[in-house]
Each structure stands twice: as structure tokens, then as C-alpha cells.
Design a protein around this ligand. Structure first.
Ligand SMILES: Nc1ncnc2c1ncn2[C@@H]1O[C@H](COP(=O)(O)OP(=O)(O)OP(=O)(O)O)[C@@H](O)[C@H]1O
Length: 259
């Protein structure tokens, strides 16, 4: 397996909720160092797709494969629960819109980062605490807040802490679901700046679900546009946003549709 092989590969990914379509026949390859944004209006299937890719929900049809650290592309369905858990704890990071999905709100900031480090095998208390402090600084949270709990943090600080927790184990792939949703515009801008810097510095791959085309423009190399559960257009971000081919994408870009 060469480095040209995709990191994540989806084929024919399909999910029904009873008779309601979640998503249908989605296929794409994500390469190392690449950021793909999944955009579309509310209910178009973005979060469903993300849950299927991370195997938080079962597929009705299709496959999702991931290139493991040993270079082998493995079908995620063929992994044991333990192997999937290791991926989630170490090689994948998650940033949720709702920080309470990604953080333990009554555990200190240092404890949140430390737990993730320990689940990846770290044992030495002093090292864990030092690493947690470094990561707080890296996401621009005052290290004096190391022992404070996230329920005393602002929304922006919680997102920064989620980012620190997800990156501390050196993951290769980050999944983000509306990472700046619900934040003030100025707070959003600073977090997007931080994310953009980290993605570049660490050479991360990421999949970002967003209804905000500005977020997609700033962070992603490629875009997939979803409508009613299907990917109706995909391509390089600038091409899709500056020269959308599908009438639906044109409406989305001109903000006529509620994104
Ligand atoms: N757990 C569920 N049970 C039943 N139907 C669901 C479930 N989750 C999603 N759906 C349906 O699947 C379709 C896609 O929803 P999904 O949440 O993936 O869209 P979305 O693009 O992420 O929307 P939003 O931006 O509002 O989160 C919708 O019709 C939704 O009602």
C-alpha cells in the first residue's frame, strides 16, 4: 500500500430510517492531508453520513474503509469493536457542535485532555499534566484554567478544549460536526483561524459537516454538496463555490436556500 492510497474510502454508503432516507449511495475518497466539507441544507443527510463514516451508526448498504497505521486499507465493518475503539481513542479526533458530546463537563480541562492521553496509553501523571498544559496553550486557553471545569468555560473555550482533546493523541483524521455552530461571529472567526493553522501545521485530514459555506471555503480543499440524502455535486472548494454546476448548489451559494 503506497502513500497514494486514500486514508478513508466510502462506496455506496446508504442508510434508511424506516421508510425515510438518511443518505444513499455516497462514495468518495479522502486522502492524507486533505480536508473535505460536507454541505447542504438542514435534513440533507450530512450528520447521518458522518455517523456512518465513524460507525456510530450501521450502514444498510455500502462500505467504509480506512487505512490503518500499518498501511493496510481495512473495511471498518470487519474490525472488532476493540479495534474500532482504538481508532476512536487515538487515530481519530472529534469536534462536535455541542461540546458536552465531546467533553466531560464536570471534569477539569486538564483531566479531559489527560483522560484522552491515558486512553491512548500514557501513564506518567507529571508528563500528562505537562502535555495537557502545552495543549491548552496551543489552543490559546490560559494555562491557569487547567484545573477549571468546562462548564465554567465560554462556548468558544469549550470548542478550543474539544480541539485540544481530539488532537493530543496525534490523530490522522478529525471529524467535525458544525464546529463553530452557535458561536458569535467574532468567536467563530478566531476558532476557524486556529483550526486552519492546526490543520496546516499538523498535516491533518478532516471531514467537516457544516451548513456554513464560509467555514467550508476557509477550511476545505474539496466540497460535497448533499441534497435529500444524496451527493449531488462535488469538487474543489473554489470551483464548487465560484462556479456551481447544479441549480441546487447555485441556490445554496446565493443563500436563497436556508443552509
Ligand atoms: N435517528 C433518526 N431517526 C429517524 N430519522 C432520522 C434520524 N436521524 C436523521 N433522520 C432523518 O434523516 C434525514 C437526514 O438527517 P440528518 O440529520 O442526517 O441531516 P443534516 O443534513 O445533518 O441536518 P441538520 O443540518 O439539520 O443536522 C432527515 O430526513 C432526518 O429526519
Amino acid at each position: 500500500m503506497t502513500d497514494d492510497a486514500p486514508l478513508l474510502s466510502a462506496r455506496g454508503v446508504t442508510k434508511w430510517y424506516g421508510r425515510r432516507l438518511g443518505c444513499r449511495d455516497v462514495g468518495f475518497d479522502l486522502y492524507s492531508g486533505e480536508v473535505i466539507a460536507i454541505v447542504g441544507e438542514s435534513g440533507s443527510g450530512k450528520s447521518t453520513l458522518l455517523r456512518l463514516l465513524t460507525r456510530q451508526a450501521d450502514l444498510d448498504a455500502g462500505t467504509v474503509s480506512y487505512r490503518m497505521r500499518d498501511g493496510r486499507l481495512r473495511d471498518l465493518s470487519a474490525l472488532t469493536d476493540a479495534e474500532r475503539a482504538v481508532l476512536r481513542r487515538t487515530d481519530w479526533g472529534f469536534v462536535h457542535q455541542d461540546a458536552s458530546f465531546g467533553l466531560r463537563m464536570s471534569v477539569s480541562a486538564g483531566g479531559n485532555i489527560g483522560e484522552r492521553l491515558m486512553s491512548a496509553g500514557a501513564r506518567h501523571y507529571g508528563d500528562i499534566r505537562a502535555e495537557a498544559g502545552r495543549w491548552l496553550a496551543r489552543v490559546e486557553i490560559d494555562q491557569a484554567r487547567l484545573d477549571d471545569t468546562p462548564d465554567t468555560f465560554s462556548g468558544g473555550m469549550r470548542q478550543r478544549l474539544q480541539i485540544a482533546c481530539s488532537l493530543v493523541t496525534g490523530p490522522r483524521l478529525i471529524f467535525m460536526d458544525e464546529p463553530t455552530g452557535g458561536l458569535d461571529v467574532s468567536v467563530q472567526a478566531r476558532i476557524l483561524d486556529l483550526l486552519r493553522g492546526l490543520v496546516v501545521d499538523l498535516g491533518l485530514s478532516a471531514l467537516i459537516v457544516t451548513h456554513d459555506l464560509g467555514v467550508a471555503r476557509l477550511l476545505s480543499h474539496r466540497i460535497m454538496v448533499m441534497k435529500a440524502g444524496e451527493v449531488i455535486e462535488s469538487g474543489l472548494t473554489d470551483r464548487v463555490l465560484d462556479d456551481p454546476r447544479e441549480p441546487y448548489t447555485q441556490l445554496l451559494v446565493s443563500s436563497i436556500l436556508p443552509a
